[in-house]
Design a protein around this ligand. Structure first.
Ligand code: FES
Ligand code: FES
Length: 932
């Protein structure tokens, strides 16, 4: 029965007719009132992205019925900004760089506003308490707390915009901490993500997913679903006339055709008039399964008698080998050979914006896909192949993206289903993962089992390393071979290893698909290699610092696995991080608790060439100078929160002598922006920046010729500064950029606009197909994390007391943004080390909600100190190298080493739990080294 309610929202009385009285306040605010600053991320009360104020109190609007809110004062993020003036909390979030992807930001701001309304002078603990129910996957919470503390006047570490060091001497804009160019729309809730979008006539799609880990599909009855009023179309795998697809191996079909291979495999899809009808429809689809034996453990899956998941001889999707030198010789030269086994977990990306798209296949045959993707051109390339449609007939648009971390860089079932349903119905179709689907139906970090065999001399010199790695691929291949391939080459780049061999087996299991995830194989391999570095040092009775310093690669080295380490800040990062942690460690030690310090070194690449079909690694940019002297940049990378829209704008402003505010940047629309592989692999600033810089230089050449004619000088002497140009020897004779461009544009017979494009392809190459050795990336970043932990010997509880993260990412373009990347990376690393893991029982995933799969909250954030090691890389724009992924690479082994230092318990399998510590403590106290 329909009811009318009058809601008092942001001071206005708004009548709403509710056909379903059970609708939530969140739903009504977003769908009926269009207030989509109130975000929708988990829908079950755990993430806080939907927080609003109700009579001043912060509430999660997905847990409140709209009828319950009648007669009460509702304030949403849209109600904070007054006459164009930001609320002080919004202003502080902006100035502290507290928003990255921005998906959590409105909820955070509203929780903070409610706190300060009630208690204008909170303590830091009060602040944390107030936002502990708001999850953020990007920032690591540090700058969020700082922003709130600044408004509250709490004495907190000062993190103002200019706190970051200025890395680039002589530069006005690049190298200086700058406000994010997308900051204001994010702190006001005006940033619209695909999950917030609707199109006229849009239908809602939903996917029926398998409840079984492995089963043959005997029959599917869709009749009842088709007959449900409001249902427009129902499809199964055999209706989808598409080519199989996959990032490396075409083993996915969107909807399963003959059998399902994991709990969550897509079986059928519907399009209906609204989400509720679509949900009801998929429940009416009856699938008859014949259960098959399943396998969850990747080592079991490799066995010859394991149930076969695909039509292959064994469950090995790919095997890649890197051979540098002769490991047999290296082991023969060793005084000791140490062999250890390590195991990592299936970590979930847990993006705050779930995977979502709106597909429209219009009557002319043109496909438009609004998508939460990290790569518009990869999507276009793959969809063109899948549907056999020319690329020019496909437009991919990625508006604001609520986090990706690698998971949004390929085609998923929702994309092909939404487009096929749109083709059938003639309407746009929106498909979004709910939170369960996001955990099981998107991608995960590969769980890995890593066997390391390392030979060393008595003095600690490494003579050889052999790595055998089993990657849990899940049910389909995705980026598995790429993850194995890149970790194989990076595995030989931290230490000078004369003889090296890596064998990676990408293994099918009946579990969710492993894919690209921040670090792309480095966090797994680094956990093993850096845990073993400490273990070897102890066995040799050496200090772990000495062992590392003895073996580290140096600038100019060519690593045994191929990378040319033109710049290499590993040694400086290690010594600076270790010095810094020793200066402050142990100061606040609690009685009865065990304290320890550990550290780890890691490396990661700046994008790279590792796909056999795509021997290219490019970014594209177009730069236009407008008749008012402002600059427009068009670039193909996607802003997923990492800050590339700001850094690319800084580079354009720097090159053209204008202010950051004079630059407008337009990203990620495949019809409008130049071709570009997208945002992944820590490439957007470094590669994209090179493209922007080259396009600017082409524009400057044109403008310089014109200016030189007018100023009667050599074009090479033209200087761009303060939105004007002048002859370097006569700066008093200036021409405003606006006048110069206007004069060129409005010219009778022969005028021109001022615009240029550039296509920057990274100077690197595919690995050698025989040996697997190759200098596959443009540059290599290094870093060291040093960690202090405290362990309660009675409970096993682990507290990370502080983290020092020293990073060599070349020169830093935007220090405050870079710091945010490190803080966010460290927090993902802490979650990876201590608790993040998708668990299974009887083939069923057990933790597919934020209530059961824990990611770090503000309550677990330690002090994080970011230190920069500047190595002025010759290939990256302004000497920069990749950063975003390096932020989490060495965190987990640093924590493992610190826990061993504190307790004597060596834990070689993630996550490091209190149970494992308690289990190991008795033998550790008897001075036996235990491995768990
Ligand atoms: S959407 Fe309401 S708490 Fe997550
Ligand atoms: S900025 Fe918090 S989830 Fe992205």
């Amino acid at each position: 029965m329909a009811v009318e309610v009058v809601l008092n929202v942001n001071g206005m009385s708004l009548p709403v007719l509710l056909r379903d009285p059970a609708r939530t306040l969140q739903d009504v605010l977003r769908e009926d009132l269009g207030l989509r600053g109130t975000k929708k991320s988990c829908n079950d009360g755990y993430c806080g992205s939907c927080t609003v104020q109700l009579d001043g109190q912060a509430v999660k609007s997905c847990l409140i019925l709209a009828v319950e809110a009648e007669g009460r004062a509702i304030r949403t993020i849209e109600g904070l900004e007054q006459a164009g003036r930001l609320d002080p909390i919004q202003q502080a979030f902006l100035e502290h760089g507290a928003a990255q992807c921005g998906m959590c930001t409105p909820g955070m701001v509203m929780s903070a506003r409610a706190l300060l309304d009630e208690n204008p002078q909170p303590t830091l603990d009060d602040i944390k308490e107030a936002i502990k129910g708001n999850l953020c996957r990007c920032t690591g919470y540090v700058k969020i707390v700082d922003a709130i503390a600044a408004v509250a006047g709490v004495s907190a570490p000062k993190r103002s915009l200019e706190r970051g060091r200025v890395a680039l001497s002589g530069k006005r804009v690049a190298g200086h901490s700058k406000l994010r160019v997308d900051g204001r729309v994010k702190v006001t809730g005006k940033a619209q993500y695909v999950v917030d979008m609707t199109l006229p006539g849009m239908l809602y799609g939903k996917i029926l997913r398998s409840p079984l880990p492995h089963a043959r599909i005997v029959a599917i009855d869709t009749e009842a679903a088709r007959r449900l009023p409001g249902v427009f179309a129902v499809i199964t795998g055999h209706d989808l006339a598409i080519k199989p697809f996959g990032a490396f191996i075409a083993d996915e079909t969107g909807l399963a055709r003959d059998k399902v291979r994991y709990v969550g495999d897509a079986v059928a899809a519907v399009a209906a008039v609204d989400e509720a009808t679509a949900e009801r429809a998929i429940q009416l689809i009856e699938v008859q399964y014949e259960e098959l034996p399943f396998v969850i453990d990747p080592e079991d899956a490799m066995k010859e008698d394991a149930p076969l998941i695909h039509e292959v001889e064994r469950n090995i999707a790919a095997h890649n080998r890197v051979v540098g030198g002769d490991v047999a010789q290296g082991f023969a030269e060793a005084d000791y050979i140490f062999e250890d086994r390590f195991e990592t977990t299936k970590q979930a990306h847990a993006c705050m914006e779930p995977h979502v798209c709106i597909g429209h296949w219009d009557a002319s045959g043109k496909i438009t896909l609004y998508d939460s993707t990290q790569s518009t051109f990869f999507m276009r390339y793959h969809l063109s192949h899948i549907f056999d449609v020319p690329a020019s007939k496909i437009r991919i648009v990625a508006p604001y993206l609520g986090g990706g971390f690698g998971s949004k860089s390929e085609v998923h079932a929702i994309h092909v289903c939404a487009l096929w349903l749109s083709r059938l119905t003639g309407r746009p179709v929106k498909m979004a993962h709910d939170r369960d689907e996001e955990f099981i139906g998107s991608r995960t970090r590969h769980k890995e089992i890593i066997y390391l065999k390392t030979g060393v001399k008595k003095d600690g010199t490494i003579t050889a390393r052999q790595a055998t790695v089993i990657l849990d691929n899940g049910a389909y291949t995705s980026y598995g071979p790429g993850v194995s391939l890149t970790q194989s080459m990076l595995g030989g780049a931290v230490y000078r290893i004369p003889h090296y061999q890596y064998d990676g087996y990408v293994v099918y299991t009946n579990t969710p698909i492993g894919g690209a995830f921040r670090g792309f194989g480095s966090p797994q391999f680094t956990f093993a290699a850096e845990s073993q570095a400490d273990m070897i040092a102890e066995r040799l009775e050496m200090d772990p610092l000495t062992f590392r310093l003895k073996n580290l690669t140096e600038p100019g080295d060519k690593a045994i696995s191929g990378p040319m380490l033109t710049t290499n800040g590993a040694r400086e990062a290690l010594t600076k991080a270790v010095d810094a942690i020793h200066r402050t460690a142990g100061r606040t030690s609690a009685p009865g608790k065990l304290r320890g310090i550990g550290y780890a070194v890691g490396t990661h690449f700046t994008s790279g060439k590792f796909h056999p079909e795509a021997n290219a690694d490019f970014c594209g940019a177009t730069v236009k100078v407008n008749e008012d002297g402002s600059v427009t940049v068009l670039a193909g990378v996607v802003e997923m929160g990492t800050g590339c829209s700001t850094t690319l704008s800084q580079i354009a402003a720097e090159e053209l002598g204008v202010d950051l505010e004079d630059v407008t940047i337009l990203l990620s629309d495949s019809d409008a922006t130049p071709p570009d592989l997208g945002t992944f692999g820590s490439r957007a600033t470094t590669l994209g920046g090179n493209a922007v810089r080259q396009a600017c230089q082409a524009v400057k050449a044109t403008l310089s010729r014109e200016a030189a004619t007018q100023l009667d000088c050599d074009p090479n002497r033209i200087v761009f500064q303060d939105k004007a140009v002048f002859d370097a020897s006569r700066p008093e004779r200036r021409i405003l950029l606006a006048d110069l461009v206007t004069g060129m544009m409005f010219r009778d017979g022969g005028g021109s606009h001022v615009m240029a494009s550039a296509h920057f392809d990274a100077p690197c190459s595919l690995p050698d197909p025989e040996t697997g050795v190759g200098d596959f990336a443009m540059s290599y970043s290094f870093g060291c994390h040093a960690v202090e932990v405290e362990v309660d010997p009675d409970t096993g509880k682990i507290t990370v007391v502080q983290v020092v993260a020293a990073t060599d990412c070349g020169n830093v373009i935007n220090p405050v943004g870079a710091e945010g990347q490190v803080e966010g990376g460290v927090m993902q690393g802490i979650g990876y080390a201590l608790y993040e893991d998708i668990k299974f029982a009887e083939g069923q995933p057990l933790n597919t909600r934020f209530g059961t799969y824990k990611i770090p909250t503000v309550m677990t954030v330690p002090p994080i100190t970011a230190i920069w090691v500047e190595t002025d890389d010759p290939r990256g724009v302004y000497g920069s190298k990749g950063l975003a992924e390096m932020g989490m690479v060495p965190t987990a082994p640093a924590i493992a080493n610190a826990i061993y230092n504190a307790t004597g318990v060596r834990i070689t399998s993630l996550p490091i739990t209190p149970e494992k510590i308690l289990q190991g403590l008795p033998s550790a106290q008897n001075r036996e080294v235990s491995s768990l």
